[in-house]
Design a protein around this ligand. Structure first.
Ligand SMILES: Cc1cc2nc3c(=O)[nH]c(=O)nc-3n(C[C@H](O)[C@H](O)[C@H](O)COP(=O)(O)OP(=O)(O)OC[C@H]3O[C@@H](n4cnc5c(N)ncnc54)[C@H](O)[C@@H]3O)c2cc1C
Length: 404
């Protein structure tokens, strides 16, 4: 870690642990709330952000979820991204962003999964998403480059579903939050102390030695979330799971945009512009990994991913890897969905965890909702209480069937 920074004050209204997209979204929404003028400290252990999930993301959004709340969360993301400058007070330094809506193409090779897609589509359309179901012939007509012999159904939505510039949104959330008075420091939270009654965190301890008192604390520590919760004596079923990305160039690029295609094998590939494509996959054995383990699995590419791609899109027989990286999902082992809201007993400890593969697009809604809870004690826009921690202790998963 580069030189640590001491906090300017000995106490804060809100301490946010982790300053990547979730921490910064929360900080930004807090900084924009006219009813809030408290002190906010964001503690970030690596201000280069090079190892966090936010830096390794594929930066796409979709409305094809099986849970209606996830659909509405992504709809807010689309609105936020497309109107970023206006959300940010018309600040002309803020770029005008769009969404490259090539859509996600789910491919089903059996009737069971086709039925899941059919059910999902009904729910998604009722929630306002433009999901379409396509027969094999319809897919072939629109996207003649696929080999579809084994495919029985496809599902795609080309409105507000595709790539967006997550790093620009992250930069501006952070920049405006700081300009509005949120204090960010390069430091690490290494401990938490509960009050005598045991029902609240009264202070956090920093790696540099300072003990900082707080009224509320937010856990926005991505794949390290369980470690942070453990400092408060709380169990959290979140672990780092490795996800690999490859950028490839094709000798003969496709003649139209490639949707983010989810092959039945789980390998996914999408348009990346200029004759390049972004590919994602994980190993069949998918254990929790060390927080600092980002080594690639070269055999996975050679023996599994490339053959799958070449089978699904025969033009991809001739592709070349240009770059590759491994990143970590903050994998919620109960149900791969968000864990939000306050802890039921340690009442001032707030979760923003377990987003698995869809946290980037959830960051606007999650930051907004968490800021509402912190300031007003209740949700004012989207009610995220189904994602609260209680479902963990009650073992009531919200199963999301459309996980990538
Ligand atoms: C390969 C890959 C592809 C993905 N693709 C998509 C996608 O297409 N769409 C999508 O929506 N999502 C995607 N995701 C998921 C998304 O990137 C994450 O859900 C999101 O970035 C999580 O943000 P975060 O702020 O919660 O966590 P992180 O970005 O991991 O940030 C956590 C921060 O907390 C800091 N921290 C940890 N412990 C401490 C401590 N004790 N003290 C101080 N600081 C601490 C870390 O340094 C880090 O900066 C993808 C993820 C990966 C890995």
């Amino acid at each position: 870690m580069s030189a640590t920074q001491a906090p300017q004050h000995s106490g804060y209204d809100i301490v946010i642990v982790g300053g990547a997209i979730m921490g910064s979204s929360t900080a930004w929404f807090l900084s924009q709330d006219p009813d809030f003028d408290g002190r906010v400290l964001v503690v970030e252990r690596d201000v280069t952000y090079q190892a966090c999930s936010t830096a390794h993301t594929n930066s796409c959004m979709r409305q094809q979820f099986s849970d209606g709340l996830n659909v509405r969360i992504s709809q807010f993301a689309a609105d936020f991204v497309k109107n970023l400058r206006s959300y940010m007070g018309g600040d002309t330094r803020v770029p005008e962003l769009g969404i490259h809506s090539f859509g996600y193409m789910y491919l089903a090779d059996n009737e069971d999964f086709a039925n899941v897609l059919r059910e999902n589509q009904k729910m998604q359309r009722a929630a306002g998403a433009a999901t379409e179901l396509l027969t094999r012939d319809e897919i072939a007509k629109r996207y003649p480059f696929y080999a579809l012999d084994d495919i029985v159904l496809g599902s795609i939505n080309t409105i507000d579903e595709g790539y967006w510039d997550g790093s620009a949104v992250f930069d501006w959330l952070r920049r405006q939050a700081r300009e509005a008075g949120v204090e960010y420091i390069n430091n690490e939270v290494i401990g938490m102390t509960r009050c005598v009654a045991g029902d609240a965190i009264e202070s956090v301890t920093l790696k540099s030695g300072e003990v900082v008192t707080c009224n509320k604390v937010v856990n926005a520590t991505g794949p390290r979330a369980a470690r942070t919760a453990a400092m408060a004596g709380i169990n959290l079923p979140v672990e780092p799971r490795k996800r690999f990305t490859w950028i490839v160039s094709a000798e003969t690029p496709l003649d139209r945009d490639l949707p983010l295609t989810i092959d039945p094998s789980g390998v996914h590939v999408r348009e990346n512009g200029g004759g390049t494509y972004q590919v994602g996959a994980h190993s069949a054995i998918d254990p929790a990994v060390d927080y600092d383990d980002f080594t690639m699995d070269h055999a996975l590419w050679q023996d599994h991913v490339w053959p799958v791609l070449a089978r699904r899109i025969p033009q991809f027989e001739a592709i070349k890897v240009q770059s590759e990286w491994a990143g970590h999902y903050a994998f919620n082992t109960l149900d791969q969905n968000a864990i939000t809201g306050p802890h039921p007993e340690v009442r001032n400890f707030y979760f923003l965890n377990g987003f698995s593969g869809h946290g980037l697009q959830q960051s606007p809604a999650m930051g907004r909702a968490t800021a509402e809870l912190l300031v007003h004690g209740a949700y004012r826009s989207l009610d995220l209480s189904p994602f609260h921690y209680d479902r963990i202790t009650q073992d009531q998963p919200i199963i999301e069937k459309a996980i990538i």
